[in-house]
Design a protein. Sequence first.
Lengths: 168, 772
Amino acid sequence: MHTPADAPATIAADSPEGWRLERHAHGRLDLIDIDGRCHQDVDVLRAFPVTAPAGPVAVVAADGGELAWVESLASLPAALKSLLDRELAQREFLPVIERIEAVSDTEPTEWTVNTDRGPHRFVVAHADDVARHPDGSVFVTDTFGMRYRIPRVAGLDPHSRRLLEKLA
Amino acid sequence: MTPPAPEIPARAPNSPLVGIGPPWSQGFAFGPDETVLAACRFDLNAQLQFGDGWIVLTNKRVIADEPASAEGTVRAAGGPRSWWIDADTRLDVQLRSAVGRVDLSQGDQIVARWLFTPAKAAAIHALEDAFDARLRGPDGLTEPADLRSTRQQVADASEEEAEEQPAAAANRDLADDAAGTGGSASWRPLFRVIAFAKPHAGMAVLGAVLSLASTAAALVPPYLTMPLVDDVLIPRQNGKDVPFSIVWWYLGGLLAAALIAWLLSWFQTWTAAWVSERIAVGLRTRTYAHMQSLSLDFFQSKRTGDLMSRVGSDTDKINVFLSVNLIEFASNLMLLALTTMVLVWLNPTLALLTLVPIPFVVWLIYAVRERLRRGFARAAVAWSDMTSVLADTIPGIRVVKAFAQEAREIDRFAASNERVLEANDRVNVVWSFCGPVISLFSEIGLLVVWACGAWLVFAGGVTVGGLTAFLAYIARFYGRIESMIRMVPATQRAAASAQRIFEILDCQPTVAQAARPVRLDRVAGRIEISGVHFRYGAREVLHGIDLVIEPGEMIGLVGTSGSGKSTLANLVCRFYDPSSGSIRIDGVDLRDVDIADYHRNLGCVLQEPFLFFGTIADNIAYGQPTASREKIVAAARAAGAHDFILSQPLAYDSRVGERGSGLSGGERQRLSIARALLVDPRILVLDEATSSVDAETEAIIQAAIDRLVTGRTTIAIAHRLSTLRRANRIVVLDAGRIVEMGTHDDLLAADGMYARLYRSQMKAAEEAAAAG
């Protein structure tokens, strides 16, 4: 297989259960199960991304079938944990809203925000899509299912906070 | 035709059976060893005219008295007739429309036919049951225990009859009330609302005290103007040297009084709002909690929109009434009383004149009150109808669109909205009339007082200052009366709303918790169904079901639609209670068991899985909100739902819309199976769980169901017989009776109804396979 010289080399990590995760060039992820079968281009995702981001993680095949299940990242061997953390971070595009410039008055609301990935506009269908968490963070889901995070409402400027109060 | 039985001579006076017959059959001579088994009344004669007849069943005879014909002169056969019962005697009851009939036949001859309306159906069915039970009993006689219960029934029946009249009278009272002849009835629901203020009695009393204080403060200013005019302004005008500083004193007093009145009324308004808001919250929660305690039949008889409008908009109207109007009413009343005292004290003659319009006002309130309440009740009903249109069509929007009926639905909504307008218009005419009439009264009143006052000033009976103060008080007096009149509509609106709320609160659950319920922990799951009959209204859908299900056994219920399968499942779930007979769980009658305890042992997977607005995890954990994530995931895995959940954008945290929109039927069904698995029920009811999904999904769901039923007492209803392959026994129902029972192989060998059903389904499947 051709590997560009500047691409990172394959990183592999073994799980205590005996399956193995391999990260290849261009970010392709393979899983070798305990029977030695190789599943190419697998996906990793959190089972409770909102209510328990640190909770269970699933490795699923390209066709959606579950291949492996990790109850908690914290209990994993360091190599696998760092690989999974990296993959999850890559796959979970979760911009952080730093300032809310404007929110339209009528539902569906149109948001103009500044994120850590630059300015952005999106539409939120319903007030229920602005979910507050007890730790003070807020998750906003737009009409396309894209999510945005506000880590600390108290950390926002007064203008943004006022706009957010209107909704949640 | 069998001749009527010969008249039996009058009973021996010492007969032990004296008094067993219902009161209306008394005077009829029963035989010395004749026992009354059942009795009922019927209400139509052969010409379908209403009348009053009765049938009494004894161990020997059927005795009946026909209703008189419309002419009311001659009884059909000159008094009660009777027929001896022998082996050939049959009693058949049929009720297909508004007229039911009881046929008494001997051999293949019908010897008598009686007609009845559905109102009498329950009693007639009881008679039929007693007739059938009589045939089963040894020697045509029922056992003493049964006899006792039928005797009780007879007594009940006659009691019921006795109660019927007063009940009907009570209904008439209600109707009369609504029609406006009732006395103070319209206030009654409002007094009941006040009971909800009890937890906040402290604040309510504070509000009343503040109200009194602010009223008193408001009465001070006119009293200060009197000396200002008489002792300062008029002497000054007449050339007396009065220093202006005195004026300052009076002005200061006036300002202070105004400020105090303002402050007090601010606090008082706030207190009133505080209390009424809490009363409204209490009412809403109580109403909703009470609704949750009511049985399924309540919800089937009520429209969602109507209930929503009662809980939402009617409680709000009461809230407005309490916060704005009630305190205002109280303070007006106090002000009126105080003002009257001041007026009388100032000048009794003038005061008397002021009071002249009062009787007219009272008469007006009286005349208008009932009219308003009826108007507002109508308006509230119209509003409910409008909400019902919404609650009906929004969930059904797909059907509306599929059949392009948007315009029709808009018309329907517009029409109901139009009825709201009409109802409001009618009531507006009445109350808008009141205010101006009172204004007119007060203008005339002022005129009269001015006239008399001027005359008195001329005659020296009153000072100018006195007259000024008097007029100021009178202006307040009429102002209060006016505002009280304006409150009559608000009061009546709130009364109508309160009435609608108490209609819900006064409903009793038909499936009631026993007085001393038997607490259940985890049951073994043995279900004994014995002699269960069930009626929906007048129609009997189950005619005596006997079935024992052992712990862990899976029973497949099979039958055509309308055969009573779902009804039986509903009875096992205790959504309803049997009309007669009993269902026992581990030997305890379901009616004696704590309902919540029982439902904790029960899992249901229904044909139409219902998902609530919330996340997938919330929906799976619905029966056990505290369930751990591991448990939720385990349930989802067992239900074959795990993989598709992981493919949702937020996996277990994905939100499913109302009624699970965004998921396929098979996915929703698997979530509902996971929900049932999570609570780990001992008893499982599957009501056509796979009938709404395609064959491929069915295979996945079937695998999930197979895991679900293992080790649990299961009642599975299925149209597709293939889904019952794991059933230990299959029970075939037809028209409310068990017609076959046994294993799949037994039933095929028996070549009965099940075998026919099975063969036709296999054939259909083969044809489909060949076509596909």
